[in-house]
Design a protein around this ligand. Sequence first.
Ligand SMILES: [Zn+2]
Length: 309
Amino acid sequence: MTTLLITHPASLLHAMPPGHPERPDRLRAIERALEAERFAPLIRLEAPLGTIDQVALCHPPAYVQAILDASPQEGFVQLDADTTMSPGTVEAALRGVGGAVMAVDEVMSGKARNAFSAMRPPGHHAERERAMGFCFFNSAAIAARHAQKVHGAERVAIVDWDVHHGNGTQDIFWDDASVLYASSHEMPLYPGTGAPSERGSHGTIVNAALAPGDGSDQFREAFEVAILPRIEAFRPDIVIISAGFDAHWRDPLANINLREGDFAWATQKLMDFADKHANGRLVSILEGGYDLEGLATSTAAHVGALMGS
Ligand SMILES: [Zn+2]
């Protein structure tokens, strides 16, 4: 059984105004890191275009149409202070959805042991009806719903270790007892949500807040005390990781001091759980990470752990 890596060059066509941190070079840095010899055993597939029906698993059709309609012929269209569309954005975002869905398909069907979809733009800030925080379609949330609708998963856990709270994923599953959303993130920080008191209608939202300056010890404690026991009690059929790497100490957008090894550790913890209780089923979807070196080394550590190396 193998680890699947899903990419697509269309991710590079989602252009950004100069100086924007969520830039195509992020994926070039990841690609370079995963060219190393030890990643040769990865199965590499290209992300298909996600369908409108797949996007509509988590976003109302009118919202999806509004995003499609906003797509510029040239230049940029600004949806909010930091969320910008270029002519390549729609294809990149739809392939981001397609990559996440493909990851679920391959893992749920047993063709791959686990899968990492390395695509941009990220998705976890995208709410049901709002693009924000560099995000348009919430690929991790769509992957969870797809696992339920197409593969019959009853319960899905989404674990989000991006340094920012995934307000979009929380918004989408707030009233849904069949999806556990567990996030570790810095507070206070963008987008401002994610207080531990935010628990969802059924208590299936788990927010573990880290303080500015926190590092490995506090992250691992949050994981072991607040997040892992809740996942174990929830007994999901598949675990989906919203894998942002902006809690790395080098990242310019936040102030949490994780090392590459912390991401490998968290990956291993979730793999151990999945092996015991979910047939090993684990899917990881790239979210943030804005220091190219920190992103590359952290992604390599994460994927290396997924491969069991
Ligand atoms: Zn982030």
